[in-house]
Ligand binder design. Structure first.
Ligand SMILES: Nc1ncnc2c1ncn2[C@@H]1O[C@H](COP(=O)(O)OP(=O)(O)OP(=O)(O)O)[C@@H](O)[C@H]1O
Length: 252
């Protein structure tokens, strides 16, 4: 059997905050082309781990590599250029601009034309075709001319994902993509994540366990800053240590 193709890996990843160890010696391997979820009860260290992997926090110890290259010391912008992109918050969407304009600006940012978006209409139009493709990929074609601020919460999230895709990530890290979503939007965003995962690798932190069960190829369960269990949903959800960690944290 050939060994798995690992795109992102962490070894002995550790983060201490003034004496408190939030993430403690975490080893993580994300296989290329999969959807990998990071779950765990409140305070398990998921967000800290996510921030370490996206380089928004510097680890106290341990290392991270992407496509075999050590990225431990790199800044978020540098790893984004390598192809590891974190989804931004909805506030990153320009509310007074249209769906198309928002995606176009993201495309320009990738090309290094940032903040030059008021220039020559011809140049702007050149981005339109690609922007339309991205809008279609996230299912917003019907809303292409609408002001972003007027979109429903779920559609804003889809637009935000489209602006992230404009950076052509090889790997996408999603921080609680379902947070604050109504059920109808959860189904829509789940379908969207599945669609974009066809060509990319996804690592997500998500509290909604039915979404995690539905989407993930592999799950890493954190508890008290350490890896408690790992595997497909059917296995980890039956693991007595996982059940106990959730019940102990009041999720029961
Ligand atoms: N900047 C910080 N300074 C001190 N302690 C922190 C800091 N950030 C996180 N922590 C602590 O680290 C632990 C892990 O927090 P983290 O937010 O990573 O957990 P989480 O699994 O994402 O939790 P939740 O599901 O509640 O969001 C918590 O006890 C938290 O209080």
């Amino acid at each position: 059997m050939s060994s798995p193709d690992i795109i992102l890996s962490a070894r002995k990843l550790t983060k201490r905050f003034s004496g408190f160890t939030a993430v403690n010696g975490v080893d993580l391997d994300v296989e290329r082309g999969t959807i990998h979820a990071l779950i765990g009860p409140n305070g398990a260290g998921k967000t800290t781990c996510f921030n370490l992997l996206t380089k928004f926090l510097q680890p106290s110890a341990g290392n991270i590599s992407f496509n075999g290259r050590d990225i431990t010391g790199l800044a978020p912008a540098a790893i984004a250029r390598l192809g590891v992109v974190r989804s931004f918050q909805i506030s990153a969407v320009f509310p007074r601009m249209s769906v198309l304009e928002n995606v176009r600006i993201a495309l320009q940012r990738r090309r290094g034309d940032s903040f030059d978006f008021w220039r020559n209409q011809k140049v702007l139009n050149a981005y339109d075709e690609e922007a339309r493709e991205r809008v279609e990929e996230v299912g917003l074609t019907e809303f292409i001319g609408e002001t972003a601020g007027e979109l429903s919460y779920g559609r804003k999230r889809a637009l935000e994902i489209a602006t992230t895709l404009a950076l052509e990530p090889e790997m996408l890290l999603l921080d609680e993509p379902m947070a604050g979503m109504a059920q109808e939007d959860v189904s829509r965003i789940s379908a969207l994540i599945r669609r974009i995962a066809a060509k990319r690798t996804i690592l997500m932190v998500e509290h909604n366990l039915s979404v995690v069960a539905d989407l993930s190829d592999k799950i890493t369960v954190l508890a008290r800053g350490e890896v408690l269990a790992e595997g497909p949903y059917e296995a980890v959800s039956k693991d007595p240590r996982v059940i106990e960690a959730y019940i102990g944290a009041g999720h029961g």
